[in-house]
Design a protein around this ligand. Structure first.
Ligand code: GDP
Ligand code: MG
Length: 730
């Protein structure tokens, strides 16, 4: 004979659809389950049993519902089961990643005054979403046991069964504290109906009187039918009281009482959520909202934005100065080392005046560029970038673009290649092409060395302002051309969009470094390939042909100068001797420079320069400038190294040296300014052109971009140069 198990409990699993009930049910029951339909209705009924801790447990998987308000078959089935079968324990399974929505059903079941275990399922999902639930507090507030589970991984299920059995075995006392409390009027109504229920129906009902009173105030048809079935006579007085209370409530609140109770339950839930639920995300959203009150404010937002941009450029220059000086020393050391160690040869010339001078004159700007990228990475990683786009939205609409297009444009200040790649985030193809076309007018960091050298040579203390005006000119022209394109080539309205404003985040140092480095790498690669090659080509074009018929026999001349001064023979160490030596050196240098200039003029580079000179003469740029600009197509920085070679700066790694050479050349402040404007506007560099080709997927747009930028550059330069001359500038 089989001995009957000592204890037998029925455990019902309730919960929202997809909360994980069936997963948990399957884990508990294994294969011992029956699947059928609930009597009378075709709602799946799953039943299983298991022996655990010396108890026979009958487990029922109730249909998933969002509430117990009897509107759907599932809701009625679930509620009737709890009311009629009176399970020993109801396990409420909740999706803890969605606590607020799940709690409605839970509070309703709680109101039924049965034994309830709360299961916070999907604990893994909640964890990854940064949701924290204070289970202890929840247990205290609702006066019931709470367990965490991961339904599909069988985690916490044993704990759940243990708690359920413990609860089933315990002396049952209806929870006194913290059940859903309604407002005073509702509570009064409930109380008077409850009194009637207790006095007339007390012995007949198998479930709580308070709950019955609430349902009667909600005018719950099913509950009324049940009461009528059991005690038709007594029911009438109770119903009358309920109707009376309902009318009172309607008069007072002008709402159906069932809407009032629902509202109150949601209020209760909101209170619970406040107490037990913290989301890292939620907190961030709140903090972000507060920060945004200032940063995207209509009045102060924009000035703050300008301040940030100003600070970015300020940081780029001030912090960049120190590492720049160190690199200068390194390159200088390398160059004097090569000078001393190697005998004079063509190879030495290539190494010194081609490679070291060319790459060296550019690499000193690496710190500036890295700092600029670092600042942009801060903007991006903190979430400020999208605020900037949001702020710029109005201005961008002038071009017929929306704020999102501003992100590529701002990045264009760093480098146009990642900027053009960033335009990918724009949904509309026309917006994307328009953004790609105007981004090259954003002065990239590679053009900066050119400005620094030219402005430094010709504008002295006003150099900063002049450079700022160049940047401004780029922005203004991008707006104008954008406007023109929008109303001609790329007609159409800007696509409507919602600017996502992600919560602010404290950027991680590592991620900032990675972002800075990802883009800085492009610059360094460029140095290793394009600029190195460009420098060699430029050097080759200036070094050859090697044999030139000079107009003067420079060697003899130099010897003559040296002999002339040596004839003085003053007392060694005297002031006179120093003076004489200084004069001698100066004269020798002048002769050497004249020779170098003549050599450059007769070199292949010089010949090319002469060929293209007619194109540049209307804008006041001589053949040397023209050649420098031509080589700048490879990479804008090369303009500087070409100028260095053409103006025969011996030590062109030092910007000062080039500045001095330029200052004493036939350039004027006006032509220097024109040259800067031209560098700002003319065709994008090779890498950018390739990026445009890639991102627009069309050679047509690439060619168009080259042609129109160069045309605009020439046109604007022409206006400035000729206008400047009319105004009396040289
Ligand atoms: P029911 O509608 O309440 O019966 O939910 P199911 O048991 O059918 O589960 C719905 C889905 O959620 C299934 O794909 C389960 O594998 C998955 N699931 C259940 N519990 C968990 C859990 O704790 N964590 C995660 N990540 N998924 C779960
Ligand atoms: Mg299910």
């Amino acid at each position: 004979m089989i001995e009957p198990p000592e204890k037998q409990f029925t455990i019902a699993l309730a919960g929202n659809p997809n909360a994980g009930k069936t997963s948990i049910f399957n884990h508990i029951t294994g294969t011992r389950q029956k699947v059928g339909n609930w009597p009378g209705v075709t709602v799946e009924k799953k039943e299983g049993s298991v022996w655990k801790h010396g108890c026979h447990l009958k487990i029922i998987d109730l249909p998933g519902t969002y509430s117990l308000t009897p509107f759907s078959i599932e809701e009625i089935v679930a509620r009737d089961f709890i009311l009629d079968e009176n399970p020993d324990v109801v396990v409420v399974i909740i999706d803890s990643s969605n606590l607020e929505r799940s709690l409605y059903l839970a509070t309703q079941i709680r109101e039924l005054d049965c034994r309830v275990v709360f299961v916070l399922n999907m604990a893994d999902v909640a964890r990854t979403r940064g949701i924290k639930i204070d289970a202890e507090k929840l247990a205290e507030l609702l006066d019931l046991p709470v367990v965490f589970t991961v339904g599909n991984k069988n985690e916490g299920i044993d704990d759940l069964l243990e708690k359920a059995i413990e609860l089933a075995e315990s002396e049952f006392t209806p929870p006194q504290k913290r059940k859903v409390k309604y407002n005073r009027d509702l509570e009064n109504a409930i109380a008077s109906v409850q009194t009637m229920v207790e006095s007339s129906l007390g012995d007949i009902l198998s479930y709580g009187t308070r709950w019955t009173a609430i349902k009667l105030i909600e005018d719950d048809k099913i509950v009324k039918e049940r009461i009528l079935e059991k005690a038709e006579e007594q029911a009438q007085t109770v119903f009358e009281e309920a109707v009376r209370q309902r009318r009172l409530l309607m008069e007072r609140f002008d709402e159906e009482p069932e809407i009032l109770t629902t509202d109150e339950r949601y209020g209760f839930i909101a209170g619970i959520i406040k107490e037990v639920h913290t989301t890292a995300i939620q907190q961030r959203v709140d903090i972000s909202r507060n920060i945004d009150l200032v940063l995207t404010n209509r009045f102060v937002g924009f000035p703050i934005f300008i301040l940030f941009i100003w600070a970015m450029f300020q940081a780029t220059f001030t912090f960049g100065e120190y590492p720049m000086a160190w690199i200068e020393i390194l390159v200088g050391g390398l160059s004097s080392g090569v000078n001393i160690l190697l005998p004079d040869s063509l190879f030495k010339d290539l190494l010194l005046n081609g490679i070291i001078a060319g790459v060296g004159s550019v690499i000193i700007f690496l710190p500036n560029i890295l700092i600029l990228f670092f600042c942009i990475a801060i903007f991006e990683d903190t979430g400020y970038m999208s605020r900037a786009a949001f702020l710029m939205d109005k201005i961008m609409h002038l071009i017929g673009l929306h704020g999102k297009s501003f992100i590529p444009m701002l990045m264009g200040f760093g480098c146009n290649v990642p900027a053009i790649m960033a335009s990918r985030t724009l949904e509309s193809e026309k917006d994307r092409i328009l953004t790609i076309l105007i981004t090259p007018f954003m002065s990239c960091s590679a053009k900066l060395p050119v400005y620094i050298v030219l402005a430094g040579a010709f504008f002295g203390a006003r150099a900063g302002t002049v450079i700022f005006s160049i940047y401004l000119l780029g922005i203004v022209l991008s707006i104008i051309t954008g406007r023109v394109f929008r109303s001609t080539l790329l007609k159409g309205a800007d696509a409507p969009f919602v600017m996502e404003l992600p919560p602010y985040r404290v950027p991680m140092a590592k991620s900032l470094m990675i972002h800075m480095w990802d883009r800085g790498k492009i610059f360094i690669k460029k140095m290793g390939k394009i600029i190195l090659l460009g420098s060699i080509v430029v050097w080759g074009l200036t070094a050859f042909p090697q044999h030139i018929d000079y107009s003067l026999d420079y060697d003899t001349e130099i010897q003559g100068v040296i002999r002339k001064y040596d004839a003085y023979r003053p007392v060694s160490g005297s002031d006179l001797q120093q003076d004489i030596e200084a004069r001698r050196d100066r004269e020798v240098e002048e002769l050497k420079a004249a020779r170098a200039a003549e050599k450059a003029e007769q070199s292949y580079m010089g010949r090319i320069g002469k060929l293209i000179a007619p194109v540049f003469s209307p804008i006041g740029i001589d053949w040397k400038g023209g050649v420098a600009l031509l080589t700048g197509f490879v990479a804008k920085e090369i303009v500087v190294s070409t100028l260095g070679v053409l103006y025969a700066v011996e030590d062109s790694t030092e910007p000062d040296a080039l500045e001095k050479a330029l200052a004493s050349s036939n350039l004027t402040p006006l032509t220097a300014f024109v040259m800067m404007v031209f560098v700002l506007l003319y065709m994008p560099c090779l890498a950018t052109v390739a990026a445009i080709r890639r991102e627009t997927g069309s050679i047509k747009w690439m060619t168009f971009s080259i042609v129109y930028t160069t045309t605009v550059a020439w046109g604007v330069s022409f206006i400035i140069y000729q206008g400047g001359r009319l105004l009396g500038y040289a």
